[in-house]
Design a protein. Structure first.
Length: 116
């Protein structure tokens, strides 16, 4: 039996949220789940192990407005996904502005959210 040690609740993402590597300007995957301190990404390419990334993605707030969230991340783990060329990748957030963190927190707590 595994125990959950995370401090922040993780929101299961039902909609497609593309994540862009802001240095290359390429979409590198989709968010699988996210918390205020990290996320799991379904990557469409193998990413460098234990690397730092600058990423961005858009969230829709309760009013229907699109907000871009930019953050610095540290890749913690990776494993092959069900399809060839796809990988589950875990990241922790190492740099996020207070405004972007506020947007993320509100989005995570929207009514109807499901958590893992």
């Amino acid at each position: 039996m595994s125990q959950e040690y995370r401090r922040a609740k993780r929101k299961q993402v039902a909609d497609r949220i593309d994540v862009t590597d802001t240095l290359t300007e390429h979409v590198i995957g989709l968010i699988g789940n996210i918390s205020e301190s990290g996320m799991m990404l379904l990557a469409n390419t193998e990413l460098a192990e234990d690397a730092l990334y600058q990423m961005s993605f858009q969230l829709t707030d309760a009013g229907g407005n699109r907000r871009e969230v930019s953050l610095g991340t540290h890749q913690l783990w990776s494993e092959p996904a069900g399809r060839p060329g796809q990988f589950w990748v875990g990241f922790r957030f190492i740099d996020i502005s207070p405004d972007d963190l506020a947007v993320l927190r509100i989005w995570i707590d929207l009514p109807g959210s499901q958590y893992v």
